[in-house]
Structures are given as structure tokens and as C-alpha cells.
Write a protein that binds this ligand. Structure first.
Ligand code: SF4
Length: 239
């Protein structure tokens, strides 16, 4: 079992150079959120069994090139404008690992009419309260914290991380509330039992009454590499 905070430190050494971040794929337009431009970064601090990011997650040292915040923002802006989208994101892996790079992109987003959707597992925001405070300075930002499971044991089973790290996901929600950052939680429903969902709802209500009603549902997409991973782990989606 690994500690995702430590894994983030190791991964950062590979995918971050100053304010440069490694990306493995050109910016493209996507259908999510009603249309969004997405840049694909390398490296994550979790190892979710349902993750569709294969090689760039597990071998970030062997793939990708480094880009400045300006380069990434300009590509995102170009694709968004071409398609008439207002939303942009950094996807593929975990954007919060390169903090200076991310903040560099967000500074540029704030000078535009675009909205940045920060999709994150929240571990680093939960681990460091200052991260949420720093995010609160950006106005064209909405954070989506993707909860991986409904409790520490399930979290560990699905990510391979130590169970206690699940609390960082929930702590991220608390820290974002305290810092008045626009956000919503989501949950990977495909591996949840009804009692597990109830358990999670109770935890969310303990943090804030509004969280349970703003919980977005996510479902696994069975891309071929995901099917292989699930099979190897002996895990089947229930939904
Ligand atoms: S947090 Fe996201 S990118 Fe990282 S392993 Fe999980 S699903 Fe993949």
C-alpha cells in the first residue's frame, strides 16, 4: 500500500520542472460539460483500478513534453474559441501535482472570459489547507473533487492506497468550503453499494448539509484497458 501524498512528491520530481508541467497529448475539444477544451497532463498520485489513463499515469518518465502555463493556456484558449466553448480543463491525470504550473494557468484564465474546471482527487487539497486558500484567489474557477469510494476500506481496495488517505478526499471538501472556493463533489458510483452511498451521504452531511445534494454521479467507462485492469484486480462494477 502506498501513501498518495508521498507518491505525489515522487511524481512531482518527474512531471514538474519549475512552473513547467509534462503533458502527453495535444489539447482537444471534448463533449463533457456540454463542451470543453482539455489538455492532457502526465502523472497521478492515485492508482484507481477504474482509471482510463494507462501509460501516462504509470510511466510518466517515458512519455510527454514539458510546457509552460502560457503555452497550455494559449492552446486551451485557441481550441475553446474555435469551438465556441467557455470551459477549459487539465485532464488525463492529476493537475494539482504541479501547483505553480496550475496557478500560472489559473492566473491567465482569470484575465479571460473562460472558466477553468479543476478536476481533482483532492488529496493534496485535503492534505494542505493552504492549497484551498490559494485557489480561492482565482475567480474563473470551479473545482470538482472526484471521490473514489464511500469509505476508507473501499477507497483502499479501489485505489491500492492506504485507507486513511480517504480522509484527505473529505478534508478537501472542508478546506474548499472554509476558503469559499466554488466546488462540488462527485462519486464513482459504479462500485458503490446502496449502504455505502448512505454512509457517504452521512459523512458529507457532517461536513456540510449542502454537500449531499450537490453530489454528482460518475460511472466507469469500460475502455479496453479498464476492462483488463478490473479483471486483473478481480473487481466488477455493480453499475
Ligand atoms: S485520480 Fe483520476 S487520474 Fe488518478 S488514478 Fe484515479 S482516476 Fe486515474
Amino acid at each position: 500500500m502506498y501513501d498518495p501524498v508521498i507518491l505525489a512528491q515522487h511524481t512531482r520530481k518527474i512531471v514538474v520542472r519549475g512552473n513547467l508541467r509534462k503533458y502527453y497529448r495535444k489539447v482537444r475539444s471534448e463533449r463533457w460539460y456540454g463542451g470543453i477544451a482539455g489538455a492532457y497532463c502526465c502523472g497521478c498520485n492515485l492508482r484507481c483500478v477504474f482509471c482510463w489513463s494507462g501509460f501516462p499515469r504509470d510511466n510518466p518518465d517515458k512519455i510527454g513534453d514539458f510546457y509552460t502555463p502560457e503555452q497550455v493556456f494559449n492552446q486551451l484558449k485557441e481550441v475553446a474559441h474555435k469551438k465556441g466553448y467557455r470551459q477549459i480543463r487539465i485532464t488525463g491525470n492529476e493537475p494539482t501535482i504541479g501547483r505553480d504550473h496550475l496557478f500560472g494557468v489559473l492566473e491567465l484564465v482569470d484575465q479571460s472570459n473562460l472558466l477553468f474546471i479543476l478536476e481533482t482527487n483532492g488529496i493534496l487539497i485535503g492534505h494542505d489547507k493552504q492549497y484551498a486558500e490559494q485557489l480561492s484567489k482565482f475567480k474563473n474557477l470551479h473545482v470538482r473533487v472526484s471521490l473514489k469510494a464511500t469509505n476508507p476500506e473501499k477507497f483502499s481496495k479501489l485505489t491500492g492506497a492506504k485507507p486513511e488517505a480517504f480522509e484527505f478526499q473529505l478534508k478537501a471538501l472542508r478546506n474548499l468550503i472554509d476558503s469559499h472556493v466554488s466546488f462540488n463533489p462527485s462519486i464513482m458510483m459504479s462500485f458503490c453499494s446502496p449502504s455505502g452511498i448512505q454512509q457517504l451521504m452521512d459523512r458529507l452531511r457532517e461536513i456540510d448539509q449542502s454537500l449531499a445534494s450537490n453530489l454528482e454521479e460518475e460511472y466507469v467507462i469500460l475502455y479496453p484497458p479498464v476492462v483488463v485492469r478490473l479483471k486483473e484486480a478481480g473487481i466488477e462494477p455493480v453499475i
